[in-house]
Design a protein around this ligand. Structure first.
Ligand code: 5GP
Length: 176
């Protein structure tokens, strides 16, 4: 049976916000180069849109992590499925995440990345669910705060589906 998806953030609103973040980032890093690390797979759409509108020189790498949670949430036990290709030592690094939920994924990534001696390390997330936070994470650039609902679209999936929706939607899951 088809799941119902209700629009939470329209494409136009999303892209306007992302372009604003890109302008802010370009301004903050003026005269420098920025190394973006896209956290697969959910952040792909966000990273592409962001990178297109950043006006300083940018390089992009990819990393994939997975948690041992129940699938919808993480529990703090995170493993690297795909590591970055390039060293980050001495680089200005911006981790690009789709959503911060409990905060475990980003705390893990921050600890890991700090050991690799970047020149600077910041976080940019499209979405934030502050109500769900279980561990403190300082987010430097944030698109939208959203309520505690399971969202899909713009890269975010439910069982690998719905990533291609051009908006963020709340899914009402129908069991078969
Ligand atoms: P955290 O470690 O902060 O709990 O979880 C971050 C990861 O959980 C995200 O990168 C994302 O993969 C997944 N996640 C958390 N909330 C949602 C949600 O509402 N929808 C989807 N599709 N994934 C989510």
């Amino acid at each position: 049976m088809e799941d119902n998806v209700r629009v939470l953030i329209e494409q136009e609103k999303l892209e306007k916000k992302i372009h604003g973040l890109a302008a802010q980032i370009s301004n903050d890093y003026q005269g420098r180069k920025l190394h973006l690390i896209c956290i697969l797979k959910g952040s792909v759409f966000f990273t592409c849109e962001l990178a297109k509108y950043i006006t300083i020189p940018v390089t992009i790498d990819f990393m994939e992590v997975s948690s041992y949670g129940d699938g919808a949430t993480s529990n703090g036990f995170i493993k690297v499925r795909k590591d970055t290709d390039e060293s980050i030592e001495g680089k200005d690094v911006l981790l690009v995440e789709d959503i911060v939920d409990t905060g475990y994924t980003l705390s893990f990534l921050l600890d890991l990345m700090k050991e690799r001696k970047p020149s600077s390390l910041k976080i940019c997330t499209l979405l934030d669910k502050p109500e769900r936070r279980e561990t403190e994470v300082e987010v430097d650039y944030k698109g939208f705060e959203i309520p505690d609902e399971f969202v899909v679209g713009y890269g975010l999936d439910y069982s690998q589906k719905y990533r291609n929706l051009p908006y963020i939607g709340v899914i009402d899951i129908k069991e078969d």
